[in-house]
Design a binder for this molecule. Structure first.
Ligand code: SF4
Length: 213
């Protein structure tokens, strides 16, 4: 079995799941509630308010925490971490694929950080390789003992399959024989030759309708 790298690294500065203390350090902290509503929850065409929000967020010391808070709590409206709703949409949609090893490290350091599906899977694999027992994983992930046991079993199978094939060269695929039909065909009788097929002319794109149309 191969060995995994150590996680003896300094603690990460990631926000814990229930931690909202960052809010008091935000550049928007202390704003009048109505002003904050107008600036951070603008309409799509409120360009002045959006620009003002982005300027504030631009020098905010907790910008990253603010963005993570919005992503992890599925807050899709308003401006968070300097990003508008439209700018954050792809981040929300792809969050389950995020694989941030700082979070995996933080988890093994005992932190209650938010884990995505991909990060959780890495945690389970590492827990198996580290020899964790089901009850330990169950307590850490707050799942049932049976669920933890099944997850460790799946991780064991995955690691076993990986190690079984590690370093084994893959069989080469057989190359298909190329058809030489074109070069071996007998020439057609004179006068019976079909004209060579011409590439289909591409359909011209419809001309854009001008303002006069
Ligand atoms: S990033 Fe923007 S919205 Fe978030 S706390 Fe800072 S100033 Fe407020």
């Amino acid at each position: 079995m191969r060995h995994i790298t150590t996680h003896d690294v300094p603690a990460t500065g990631l926000r814990g799941i229930g931690d909202t203390s960052w809010h008091t350090r935000g550049a928007c902290h202390g704003m009048d509630v109505e002003d904050a509503d107008a600036v951070f929850f603008p309409g799509p065409r409120d360009h002045e308010e959006i620009a003002e929000a982005k300027e504030l967020c631009g020098w905010c010391p907790v910008r990253r925490d603010c963005l993570d808070f919005a992503l992890e709590n599925v807050l899709k409206e308003g401006i968070w971490g300097g990003l508008t709703e439209a700018e954050r949409r792809p981040l929300h949609d792809g969050l389950h694929r995020r694989l941030d090893y700082r979070r995996v490290t933080a988890f093994f350091q005992g932190r209650d950080v938010h884990l995505t599906e991909a990060e959780r899977q890495v945690v389970i694999d590492h827990a198996y390789v580290r020899g964790w027992r089901p009850d330990r994983l169950a307590a850490a992930l707050q799942i049932s003992h049976k669920h933890a046991r099944d997850l460790l079993r799946q991780a064991a199978n995955k690691v076993f399959d990986r190690d079984r094939t590690y370093g084994v060269p893959r069989p080469k695929k057989k190359r298909k024989k190329t058809c030489k039909a074109a070069s071996t065909l007998t020439p057609a009788a004179p006068g019976t030759q079909q004209p060579a097929a011409r590439p289909a002319a591409s359909t011209p794109a419809p001309a854009p309708l001008g303002k006069a149309a």
